[in-house]
Design a protein around this ligand. Structure first.
Ligand SMILES: Cc1cc2nc3c(=O)[nH]c(=O)nc-3n(C[C@H](O)[C@H](O)[C@H](O)COP(=O)(O)OP(=O)(O)OC[C@H]3O[C@@H](n4cnc5c(N)ncnc54)[C@H](O)[C@@H]3O)c2cc1C
Length: 814
């Protein structure tokens, strides 16, 4: 329980009711308060147990920049930085902003390649970045020894600020819109009433609020526990140093730019007439694993310079003046990380009116964007851009606090460490496995992890051969994946489908509810359809396969990663006569695909699976391999294929039956990389890549699945998009290149960015490098010639019309 403390600074009485109570007055809570009040929720109250900034916020290094692995987070970082002038003016409180500009330094080819990719992303995001030469680098920052660097990428929007001033400016600007904050007012309990509202208890009284927001920062876990929530976040120790005065800085004449040197793993900026230098050490130190004490106040931790000595040495080599400067201060402060380093925000699935904005590890780069997003989500019902990379729903119950500590520590250590597109991170593995895990690993399966579940990416020649070779170029799985694709296209292959979500919808009102919730056609018993699911504003929120197993019994198959997000979405509108159960963990299975898949299946089932007996998009509950299954005739590979779902305890029997029956048909297991290659040559988008809430159904080409004759969520917005036309469209490209795209490369025409890549790779069967991209509608016609920027080079690309493989789907429907 938080300690009971003295009267609040404002001296006002606590209100008994509020629209929303925000718990925590760090930069994140204050930004949310500001945005809510600005957008009209003036009845917003923030509670702070001590003074504002009393968690991590007061001792941050205050460096700000736009670079992030996720483009939408970058956009929100840019928004955050642009906001500082506004809150300073509104509040009259200085944020101490220095927009010095800054650079990202590459000291080897790999980091240069990384920066080329960042530069490419920045083009279509409209962010201003430019290369500067070693000479310009030395001119802009004479303390840096340029001989260590291959390249430097300059960004105007980098700089630094005063963290305390910024937090206060947010809070005071919020007050100008009518919001209130109370310091020395700890929330000691959060209890939900039967009407869904929350009672937030403090030593000064109880506030009944419609919504509660956990912005507890260092105490996010403890505040979560009050509401019955276990968050996978972990405070980490972190050091930075401040030097004494350095004459070269004092005499420079203007403020030095800030910078990040990835290989040396240091960030730095000017602090008064000296420098500030921080580092993410290779062995991170989780702080207070068992919980943050309520007695921890405006405090720092004892510095341990030995722990960061190696990194400092590199820093001194690259900025030699630092080696001779005295150290004025060594700061060691804790701040909270999430498992993938991104904030964890939004409405918590399974709870009503409970929100969180926690694990924000770069609060001064991201706090404004988090506040904007939270306010949009709370007031409008959905954020204005896709914020999946920050959505609390990306971590299910499997993301335990222990797993959170392991992954958050890994993420801290890798803050400035390269993660290649084909790299899978080693920690926190085997959190969830299927019964086939050991067998598939024994066959050479190289595993990936999605929503905590292990699945095969590709098969090497046995376990000793099963390793990645991290690279931006074609990787060592290339030939193996080619062989897997060939097996599926010419014979029969099998892949696990445990990682697809399975939602069971039942009840007398099920069909009517599905008809309203899904934009597409709802099938008759025994049939399946593919349908987009849209938000009220017409954004894509799902691409789901709906199987009708009975008039009042439906099974929905979709993105495994989205299972909690979809459950949260369904819960908003589910009527009393419809039940929903997320049964993803209760249905594992195997998809068999390829021209010989029917032959294989017919050997292990008494069901009539002939072309007439089981047509494309038929489904039924039956027996395969002697075990009860749900059998769907459908495939994401574009071949004749069947998805066979069984309860987890039957998976081994089913897999053995498939392997035995397929042995003389050339059956072979394949992994996700092959599947992604096969779907690419069909021109099919995938959830999280091509299909996401950034786009509407018309842009994504999903409008072909819409049943326009009925009423459905998002209809008005989608009709408007259809009638008025859209500015960009999803296309498939064939690219003339030896290095395939991965994600987020700019699509260019005449030196201008006209779109960007959502996914791509090598399409092994057709033997082409391919990609999918959203491009300006004017260039979306088949045959349009465009350029794609791959590792800094422009590669010719042509927009395809029909799929390059099996254009009319004859193989799949055979
Ligand atoms: C050494 C260091 C350097 C950093 N450098 C940078 C940087 O250069 N740039 C950058 O962007 N970020 C930096 N950060 C990270 C940044 O400080 C954090 O991202 C940010 O402060 C997180 O803000 P927050 O509001 O989420 O959490 P916090 O600042 O921890 O705030 C949480 C608040 O909630 C209050 N609270 C908790 N429980 C309750 C309760 N029950 N009732 C009422 N109030 C409660 C706490 O008292 C606290 O004030 C740095 C962090 C550290 C430690």
């Amino acid at each position: 329980m938080p300690e009971v403390v003295k009267e609040g600074a404002q001296g006002k009485a606590l209100p008994s009711h509020a629209k929303v109570v925000i718990i925590g007055g760090g930069v994140v809570g204050c930004s949310i308060l500001f945005h809510l009040a600005k957008f009209g929720w003036k009845d917003a109250v923030l509670l702070e147990r001590d003074e504002l900034t009393s968690g991590s916020s007061w001792h941050a290094a205050g460096q700000i920049h736009t670079i992030s692995s996720d483009p939408n987070i970058s956009r929100l970082q840019s928004y955050t930085i642009d906001l500082y002038k506004e809150i300073e003016e509104l509040s009259g409180h200085s944020v101490g902003l220095h927009m010095t500009g800054g650079f990202y330094l590459a000291s080897n080819k790999t980091w240069h390649d990384y920066l080329k990719r960042e530069r490419s992303k920045a083009r279509y995001m409209g962010l201003h970045q430019e290369w500067i030469s070693p000479k310009e680098l030395a001119e802009r920052h004479p303390l840096i020894d340029p001989k260590h660097y291959y390249a430097a990428l300059w960004d105007d929007q980098d700089g630094d600020l005063d963290p305390s001033g910024t937090t206060y400016a947010f809070a005071k600007a919020a007050r100008t819109f009518g919001a209130q904050y109370f310091t020395h007012t700890p929330a000691t309990k959060t209890e939900q009433r039967s009407d869904g509202t929350w009672d937030v208890t403090t030593p000064k009284g109880v506030i009944n609020a419609e919504h509660v927001v956990n912005c507890g920062g260092l105490w996010a876990r403890e505040v979560g526990h009050m509401g019955g929530l276990n968050l996978p976040v972990q405070p980490m120790e972190h050091h930075y140093l401040i030097t004494e005065k350095i004459d070269e800085i004092a005499n420079f004449g203007s403020r030095l730019p800030c910078g990040i040197d990835y290989e040396a793993n240091i960030y730095f900026r000017q602090e008064r007439e000296g420098m500030l230098l921080g580092t993410y050490e290779p062995v991170g130190v989780p702080w207070k694993v068992d919980g943050t004490p309520w007695t921890f106040g405006h405090e720092l931790l004892p510095p341990n310079l030995e722990h960061i000595a190696d990194r400092l040495e590199l820093g001194f080599e690259r900025i030699p003046a630092l080696a001779n400067a005295g150290i004025k201060d060594a700061i060691n402060g804790p701040f909270t990380f999430g498992p993938d380093g991104n904030p964890i925000i939004g409405p918590v699935p399974g709870m009503t009116n409970y929100w969180c904005a926690v694990g924000v590890m770069a609060g001064f780069c991201q706090g404004g964007g988090v506040g904007l997003t939270m306010a949009e989500w709370m007031i409008d019902g959905e954020p204005s851009i896709d914020v999946w990379a920050m959505d609390v729903a990306r971590f299910g119950n499997w993301a335990s606090p222990d797993w959170g500590t392991v992954k958050s520590t890994e993420n801290y250590e890798r803050r400035f460490v390269m993660t290649f597109p084909n790299e899978t991170l080693p920690k926190g593995r085997k959190q969830q496995t299927t019964a086939l895990y050991d067998r598939l690993v024994a066959k050479g399966g190289c595993m990936g992890q999605s929503f905590g579940l292990e699945h095969v990416l590709w098969f090497a020649d046995g376990p000793d051969d099963a390793h990645e070779d991290p690279t931006f170029e074609r990787n060592r799985s290339f030939d193996y994946v080619a062989a897997e694709c060939a097996a599926v296209r010419s014979g029969v292959g099998g892949i696990e489908v445990a990682n697809f979500a399975k939602h069971v919808i039942k009840g007398p009102g099920a069909r009517a509810w599905l008809n309203k919730t899904m934009a597409g056609f709802i099938p008759k018993p025994g049939r399946m359809t593919l349908t987009p699911m849209l938000t009220e504003k017409g954004r894509l929120y799902g691409d789901l396969t709906v199987a009708c197993l009975g008039e009042e019994h439906f099974m929905l198959f979709g993105s495994g990663a989205m299972q909690d997000a979809h459950s949260r979405f369904f819960a908003q509108t589910l009527p009393d006569d419809v039940s929903h159960a997320n049964e993803t963990e209760s249905w594992h299975g195997i998809a068999v695909s390829g021209p010989k898949s029917r032959e294989l299946l017919s050997r292990i089932t008494r069901e009539d699976v002939s072309a007439d007996g089981m047509a494309f998009r038929d489904c039924r509950e039956t027996y395969v391999g002697g075990v009860p299954v749900v059998l769907n005739r459908i495939s994401f590979s574009g071949e004749l294929g069947y998805e066979i779902y069984c309860r987890p305890q039957y998976l081994i029997r089913l897999s053995e039956a498939i392997e035995e029956a397929g042995s003389d048909l050339g059956y072979r297991w394949y992994g996700n990389r092959a599947l992604m290659s096969l779907r690419l040559e069909k021109g099919w988008g995938a959830w999280g890549l091509e299909f996401r809430p950034d786009f509407n159904a018309v842009e994504a080409g999903m409008d072909v699945f819409i049943n326009w004759k009925k009423d459905f969520v998002g209809k008005a917005a989608t009709e408007a998009a259809r009638d008025e036309g859209v500015a960009r469209k999803l296309v498939t490209l064939v690219i003339d290149t030896e290095i395939d795209v991965t994600l987020d490369e700019a699509v260019m025409l005449g030196g201008e960015a006209v779109g960007y890549i959502t996914s791509g790779g090598y399409a092994h069967h057709v033997g082409k490098s391919m990609a999918m991209a959203y491009v300006a509608s004017a260039h979306a016609e088949a045959g349009s010639m465009l350029d794609v920027e791959i590792l800094g080079e422009m590669k010719c690309a042509v927009v395809m019309g029909a799929p390059v493989y099996d254009a009319n789907g004859a193989n799949m429907r055979a």
